[in-house]
Write a protein that binds this ligand. Structure first.
Ligand code: FES
Length: 110
């Protein structure tokens, strides 16, 4: 399944923008949209790999139910991309398999 043509973002003149980084790529996106919407609009479909089998997974529900959109945000794993608004300077990484318990215990998981 491709997600490249399913999502696009229209930017209005004067709309506030923020800069985010995903896997070393830098993007300017409208402030307030979700991480998942931002990444999908740039053609990034696979946000993580499954714990069993390392199968690429992509956002599905976009409303916080399926947990297919988990990414690492600013060093904190298992963040729901569809429920997290972008923030200027945010650094996002793909999540591979299960996050370590030490990373989850950092106190940043919400
Ligand atoms: S896409 Fe389903 S929880 Fe984020």
């Amino acid at each position: 399944m491709t997600t490249e043509t399913l999502f696009s973002i229209s930017v209005q003149p004067g709309q506030p923008m923020v800069g985010i980084e995903f896997e070393g790529e830098h993007f300017r996106v409208p402030a307030g949209i979700s991480v998942a919407a931002a990444l999908l609009s740039f053609g990034h479909g696979a946000f993580r790999t499954s714990i069993v089998g390392s199968v690429p997974r992509a956002p599905y529900c976009m409303m916080g139910v399926c947990f297919e959109c988990l990414v690492e945000i600013d060093g904190t794993p298992a963040r729901q991309g569809c429920m997290t608004p972008v923030r200027d300077g945010m650094i996002i990484r793909r999540q591979s398999g299960a996050p370590s318990l030490a990373a989850l215990g950092s106190g940043e998981v919400q």
